[in-house]
Write a protein that binds this ligand. Sequence first.
Ligand SMILES: [Zn+2]
Length: 85
Amino acid sequence: MRVPDSILDGLVVIAVVALLAAVSEDSDAGRRWGVIFLTSGGLAGAVGAWNLVTRDRLKPGCCARCGYDLRATPARCPECGTRQD
Ligand SMILES: [Zn+2]
């Protein structure tokens, strides 16, 4: 199963904000933001790697982006709106 891109985008945003906060804060607060950065960045990396690994395993006739079954609507995915060219 593919993780939606919106979740991956959210994790990346959290990681970037936490990194900026970790750099600007001093001592304890900076360390806490650093932990948040490492956690969210690690999760984003894991989700991105998972999506790359599972991307090529999609069955024929399924949306390349979300994996939705496109037998009824082959031109456009009703789940995520991706055009199937
Ligand atoms: Zn789709």
